[in-house]
Design a protein around this ligand. Structure first.
Ligand code: GDP
Ligand code: MG
Length: 716
């Protein structure tokens, strides 16, 4: 028999350790379809069975609000693995069993691997696994993944569950009010045939059509994983009790996908509101989700008591003590700002600048070396230009971001691993929610003031897909560091007395547009998928050096791959457009180049904005490669040498009003190619990528035009 085993558990419960111990090096690693969450799979033998072990992402719960949780519940509900192997941290039973109950609610056969037993013994605690198993309604096997103990019994339990499955319905043992509500909803669901009416896959994540195709292909290639019939269609029916529980919780995903009649909806609404009313009798203001969560925890209490597990009276943990200060009503924000300040001071301050300088020198050195080499080989002018001005300038210009990206990620890794990031998100959630974002978006948004590219990549930390996409769309409005040289040049030319004020007004305008667009998006494209902020604050831990370094390396590899492929291609293209005429003649005067012609062509578009001359159009085009490039492009096109000459030239070619309108455009239009490439990658969707470009160009055009046209009414 071929059996599929899904490995599920809390983060840090020892999932990876167990997976590696069970499967050795015989692993298949890929991604879950449509998302960047790693998917690992391995095959091994249990007696006469061929077992496929699928590693699910570490989760605390099965709510629909994060990619990881969606993957886990989707996989179990839809692919129906023969056995769900739930690894549980025995030193943290209460929290881990919360997931166990939710896994059992899906009514697949569960085997609980009670891990870290060695640690428990070291502490001098014991658990009666037989009693725990009886109370819980699923086999419980004590193991130590690290010491490879208990595996034989674990295999036996998995084998037994696979061949003689005993799934259970834990909700039957929840306290009476919840049990009754669930029963009522089950009745209301009545003839509900989940098989036809319900497809989790449709609502798995908000993805667009082409991705669903990819997904379908990915699925087709994974057909051996069970749950599919020959056509690759899903033969799938989620347990009705589970659906009822989820509807009681107010699970958006299920509410959307379950096609219910109006009468059913009304009955269910009534059951839910009765349930809430009963709960509110003793807990004013409580909602149904909290009540269900509470019902599970009460059940866990019962199970643990019945299994004779007495928690030692815990004195307040160090973690709690830290939290008293860190999430303190008045201290939370100042501490948070200090942490952020430190992160920025190091990344974008002297240390970051120093490392960037080193990389710049390295790139410069490589350029000199290549230049010398090419000269020695007396390469043709265009080859030299391609290598130096195209490839090395382009790829090198992006590579210099690497140290700062790594520094930021070092901080983020440490903050994340230590548990502080959850607190930061918690602290800022209230504020950001008003603009359609969530606490998790805060860090990426803040990083946007440094570097948009880094910020977009950092948006990975935002678990909810909708929030993540909104963050990626809105982050470019935060004025990045590369725009400062342009601000500097123009303020020197026109507003020497009010430099700081003008620059500040641009930063403020960017934030304002972020808020306005956020509010609009929330009412339009991102209406759905609102996620309440449900996050357990994990205990503080010392970060693991190995895992931090591992992630840094992954990040660096990612970034370098991109620099070597997309950025490389882009750089060559831009170089080509700057160096050749439309008839493919090599030109030295950029006015004759494709770029120059393109500039002339697009210039009229910018006339209503006050800068309809071709040089300015070209400067904006090169600004799409890198914002600083606007300055160097104008320098080349106005054929001036020194900075002061450039200032004079700017003063001659712009008016104060058109200069400000130009700056507004620079602030709001599409970020650099590196950021665009990051956005394309991180959005996982061509549709949203195009949408983000349209939003940026549209906003920039509209606001610049408003500035110029309204300004013109007054300045005459
Ligand atoms: P994951 O996040 O669930 O994949 O957890 P890992 O497998 O990365 O394990 C988290 C930490 O727990 C690591 O430091 C492991 O070495 C440790 N660990 C895992 N299993 C055991 C165990 O049975 N006993 C002890 N003492 N430590 C363990
Ligand atoms: Mg792991």
């Amino acid at each position: 028999m071929n059996i599929t085993i899904a490995l599920a558990g809390n983060p840090n419960s020892g999932k990876t350790t167990l997976f590696n111990a069970l499967t050795g090096s015989n692993q298949y690693v890929g991604n879950w379809p449509g998302v960047t969450v790693e998917r690992k799979e391995a095959k091994f033998e249990i007696e006469d069975d061929l077992a496929t072990l699928v590693d699910l992402p570490g989760v605390y719960s099965l709510s629909p609000y994060s990619i990881e949780e969606n993957i886990t519940r989707h996989f179990i509900a839809q692919h129906q693995p023969d056995v769900v192997l739930n690894i549980v941290d025995a030193t943290n039973l209460e929290r881990n069993l919360y997931l166990t109950l939710q896994l059992m609610e899906l009514e697949r056969p569960v085997v609980v691997a009670l891990n870290l037993m060695d640690e428990l013994q070291r502490r001098g605690e014991t658990i009666d696994c037989a009693r725990l198993s009886k109370e819980l309604g699923a086999p419980v096997v004590p193991i130590s993944a690290k010491k490879k103990q208990g595996f034989d019994q674990l295999f036996q339990a998995v084998y037994d569950q696979a061949h003689n499955p005993t799934p259970s319905q834990p909700a039957r043992a929840y306290e009476p009010s919840t049990r009754d509500a669930v029963r009522e909803i089950v009745e209301a669901l009545g003839g509900f045939t989940a098989h036809s009416a319900f497809d989790v896959d449709e609502h798995f994540t908000h993805r667009d059509e082409n991705e669903r195709d990819d997904d379908h292909n990915a699925r087709a290639s994974h057909r051996h994983i069970g749950g599919y019939d020959d056509e690759g269609d899903l033969d799938y029916a989620p347990p009705t009790t589970w659906v009822a529980l989820k509807l009681l919780e107010g699970d958006e995903l299920l509410k959307e996908s379950a096609q219910l009649s109006d009468a059913q909806r009304a009955r269910i609404r009534k059951s839910v509101s009765d349930y809430v009313a009963r709960g509110q009798a003793s807990h004013p203001g409580i909602d149904s989700l909290t009540l269900v969560v509470d019902a599970r925890y009460r059940r866990i209490d019962q199970v643990l008591k019945a299994a004779g597990f007495h928690r030692r009276e815990r004195e307040i943990s160090t973690s709690d003590k830290i939290d008293r200060i860190v999430t303190h009503r008045y201290l939370a924000f100042p501490i948070f700002l200090a942490v952020m300040g430190l992160m920025f001071a190091i990344t974008f301050g002297s240390i970051g600048t120093f490392l960037t300088g080193l990389t710049e020198s390295l790139v410069g050195w490589i350029g000199d070396l290549a230049g010398a080499g090419l000269a020695a080989a007396s390469a043709p002018e265009w080859v030299t230009s391609l290598v130096l001005d195209g490839v090395i300038a382009g790829v090198g210009g992006v590579l210099v971001f690497l140290p700062q990206i790594l520094l930021i990620f070092l901080f983020m890794s440490v903050l994340e691993d230590s548990g502080y990031m959850s607190r930061a998100a918690f602290i800022t959630d209230r504020l950001l929610r008003k603009f359609g974002l969530s606490g998790r978006s805060f860090i990426p948004m803040l990083m946007g003031f440094g570097c948009t590219t880094t910020a977009i990549v950092a948006a990975r930390g935002v678990e909810n897909e909708r929030d993540r996409r909104m963050t990626i769309l809105l982050t470019p409005f935060m004025s990045c560091g590369a725009r400062l040289p342009v601000y500097g040049l123009f303020t020197a030319a026109f507003f020497p007395g009010n430099k700081a004020l003008v620059v500040l007004s641009l930063y403020a305008l960017g934030m304002l547009m972020m808020i306005v667009c956020g509010l609009i998006l929330r009412k339009t494209a991102f209406r759905e998928g609102d996620s309440p902020f449900l996050m357990e604050l994990p205990p503080y831990r010392l970060p693991h050096l190995k895992s931090v370094l591992r992630r840094l390396w992954d990040r660096a590899k990612d970034f370098l791959t991109r620099a070597g492929t997309l950025i490389f291609a882009m750089s060559v293209l831009i170089w080509f457009m700057q160096s050749f005429s439309p008839t493919l003649q090599w030109v030295t005067d950029s006015a004759q180049s494709i770029f120059g012609r393109l500039g002339t062509f697009i210039a009229p578009v910018f006339a209503p904005l006050g800068f309809g001359q071709w040089e300015k159009g070209v400067a904006l085009l090169s600004g799409m490669v890198a914002k600083e490039a606007v300055v160097s492009t104008l320098q080349v096109l106005y054929a001036v040498g020194s900075a002061s000459e450039l200032t004079t030239a700017i003063a001659a070619h712009f008016t104060p009003l058109s200069a400000y309108s130009f700056l507004v455009f620079i602030l709001l239009y599409t970020p650099c190619v590196a950021a665009l490439a990051a956005a394309r990658r991180e959005l996982h969707s061509a549709k949203y990528f195009v949408m983000s470009i349209c939003i940026q160009l549209g906003t920039a055009y509209l606001i610049s035009m408003l500035v110029y046209q309204i300004g013109s009414l007054f300045i005459h």
